[in-house]
Design a protein around this ligand. Structure first.
Ligand SMILES: NC(=O)c1ccc[n+]([C@@H]2O[C@H](COP(=O)([O-])OP(=O)(O)OC[C@H]3O[C@@H](n4cnc5c(N)ncnc54)[C@H](O)[C@@H]3O)[C@@H](O)[C@H]2O)c1
Ligand SMILES: [Zn+2]
Ligand SMILES: [Zn+2]
Length: 370
């Protein structure tokens, strides 16, 4: 069948909305009609050259939709099922999956190549194969994905809102709850309030932090953070350092979480100096993997027993965390509607990413029409 998709053909180029050929699902796969796709900074990294990609690629790794067809051997999904896609597949059997670290599933090895687990592709253009970002390619009206990438949800949920639970919500929330292990009474500093950071704010607040300090140069971001659980905000790291020193009587923040769009040595160093002895800096934001973005005074790491912790998918288990976050949304504890600043059509995708770069959106979302 044919599908309309936003394709990136090389670093620095714009997204091109074009028609592709899509194969039917093979064994263990699902044909999905996406209802919505979130505009995460990670796809912008592909365009900007901060994440290595295999071009051309169908973008998009935050998605929710409806199963239209299932491949041979699929027993747990049926046409009509509503699903949220996980940007990391979970096989359930590898060393990582079987020890409660399914965010590190071995099948994640090819998420930037974008082929399916059997190593082949379902998107094609004039005989050429195209991968889908994170094996999903949510910037396409339809895609064929692995059943390991789909979490079934109640059919009455608004898929154009819960779409955020495919990446931004579990990544940010889990960065605070799992990776930072926020405890009641903690002081948590969060650097960068985009689609990821705002959910670290929500996670830290729900986990019982006493002080949640949101740091972002943009006033609209700080305002939204204060609406959704931040007790304080700061426009610069220096202001934040002063605030944290006052709030903790000179002790320092228990944990700091780095969710800026492009991580650099400066922001990690600021976070490192903001935490107390024995505290943790969680690094969730990404940058060019060939660059050194963490340069720290090692003696202080040793003498103060500080920790630096990377976090992928919020260090959680997608098949456990995604349903849990859906329930938190249903109970009103986790806000999603408020996070969606602007909705776009697929044809407006370049405008959506320009708005992300201009700092206008907490999260932009593509809404597909049937
Ligand atoms: N580890 C993971 O599993 C994972 C998953 C998804 C996204 N990410 C990464 O997380 C990062 C954030 O993604 P996003 O979609 O929220 O991006 P975004 O562009 O929506 O938000 C980034 C925010 O950081 C702010 N910022 C930039 N520099 C800053 C600084 N020095 N101090 C404070 N704030 C600063 C910006 O103003 C913006 O509000 C990206 O690098 C993305 O690739 C990681
Ligand atoms: Zn993402
Ligand atoms: Zn696995």
């Amino acid at each position: 069948m044919k599908t309309k998709a936003a394709v990136l053909r090389g670093t620095g180029q714009d997204w091109e909305v074009t028609e592709l050929d899509l194969d039917p699902p093979k064994a263990g796969e699902l044909l999905i009609r996406y209802v919505a796709a979130g505009l995460c900074h990670s796809d912008e990294h592909l365009r900007h050259g901060d994440l290595p990609a295999q071009f051309p690629v169908v973008g998009g790794h935050e998605g929710a939709g409806i199963v239209e067809e299932v491949g041979p051997g699929v027993t747990e999904y049926a046409p009509g099922d509503h699903v949220i896609c996980s940007f990391l597949p979970v096989c359930g059997h590898c060393r990582w999956c079987s020890t409660g670290k399914s965010n590190l599933c071995d099948l994640g090895a090819t998420i930037l190549v974008g082929c399916l687990p059997d190593g082949t592709y379902r998107f094609h253009e004039g005989g050429q194969d195209l991968g889908g970002m994170c094996m999903l390619g949510t910037f396409s009206e339809r895609a064929v994905i692995s059943q390991y990438s789909a979490i079934k949800v109640d059919p009455d949920l608004p898929l154009d809102k819960v779409v955020l639970i495919g990446c931004g919500v579990p990544t940010g929330f889990g960065s605070a709850v799992h990776a930072a292990d926020t405890q009641p009474g903690d002081t948590i500093a969060i650097y960068g309030i985009g689609g990821i950071g705002i959910n670290a704010v929500q996670g830290a607040a729900l986990a019982g932090a006493r002080n949640v300090v949101a740091i972002d140069p943009l006033a609209n971001k700080r305002e939204m953070a204060e609406k959704l659980g931040a007790t304080h905000s700061a426009g610069t790291a220096e202001e934040a350092q002063q605030l944290i020193t006052e709030l903790t009587r000179g002790v320092g923040a228990d944990k700091a979480i780095v969710t800026v769009g492009i991580v650099d040595s400066e922001v990690v160093t600021n976070a490192f100096h903001a935490i107390r002895k024995g505290g943790t800096v969680v690094v969730t934001g990404l940058a060019d993997p060939t660059k050194n973005t963490i340069e720290l005074p090692g003696a202080l790491l040793t003498l103060f027993e500080k920790r630096i912790q990377g976090s992928l998918f919020g260090s959680g288990d997608p098949f456990h965390d995604i349903p849990r976050m859906v329930e938190l949304y249903q109970s009103g504890d986790l806000k999603l509607d408020e996070l969606i600043t602007t909705t776009y059509s697929l044809d407006q995708i370049n405008q959506g990413y320009q708005d992300l770069l201009d700092g206008k959106n907490i999260r932009g979302v593509i809404r597909y029409t049937d």
